[in-house]
Design a protein around this ligand. Structure first.
Ligand SMILES: [Fe+2]
Ligand SMILES: [Fe+2]
Length: 178
């Protein structure tokens, strides 16, 4: 599966969960489950996406602003998610934050699937996109389970085509993947 398809699958899932969340009644306790599910999907998705996709883009001759904008939006979404978790615990008004998070994620996904994917399709070959898709799918559950550890970084580097992995190693060593 090419990276684009793998990322889109997650985007659709997180959008569905966010729609469900903002559609809940004010005191529906199912929101605890949903917020946890959104966290468990969004955070490993973003880390694996940065490691495999953004860093590969950065390593090539691309418009760097696109990727930095993407990183910034990941930070913003995760800050909103943390506020939501904190508010939810003390039972304060969670809905406005949930709506803001949904808006932020929808905007980000739109930016990613239009501008970033277009730039990526310009620079990556189909087999590179396929290799990134496989690396992404293997890395994501590892991040969810145990965080990003050295052997995972090595695993990802070795799964990527040499044109990408050599460049990634050269951007400040393996730390480019962390
Ligand atoms: Fe994404
Ligand atoms: Fe993203």
């Amino acid at each position: 599966m090419e990276i684009y398809e793998a990322l889109k699958k997650d985007h659709e899932q997180v959008k569905t969960l966010l729609d469900e969340l903002v559609g809940l009644g004010e005191s529906d306790e199912y929101r605890y489950v949903l917020i946890q599910e959104i966290h468990n999907l969004l955070v490993p998705h973003s880390r694996a996406e940065e490691s495999v996709f953004y860093n590969s883009l950065r390593a090539l001759d691309t418009d760097k602003r696109l990727v930095f904008h993407g990183y910034k939006e990941h930070l913003e979404a995760e800050a909103l998610l943390r506020s939501l978790q904190a508010m939810d615990r003390v039972n304060l008004g969670w809905r406005p934050v949930a709506e803001k998070l949904r808006e932020a994620v929808l905007d980000h996904v739109e930016h990613e699937e239009s501008e970033i994917f277009t730039e990526a399709r310009r620079v990556f070959t189909a087999s590179e996109a396929e290799a990134m898709g496989n690396a992404f799918k293997q890395l994501k559950p590892k991040i969810a389970e145990e965080g990003l550890v050295n052997n995972t970084v090595d695993m990802v580097l070795s799964m990527l085509p040499p044109r990408l992995s050599d460049k990634l190693r050269n951007i400040g060593g393996d730390s480019a993947l962390r």
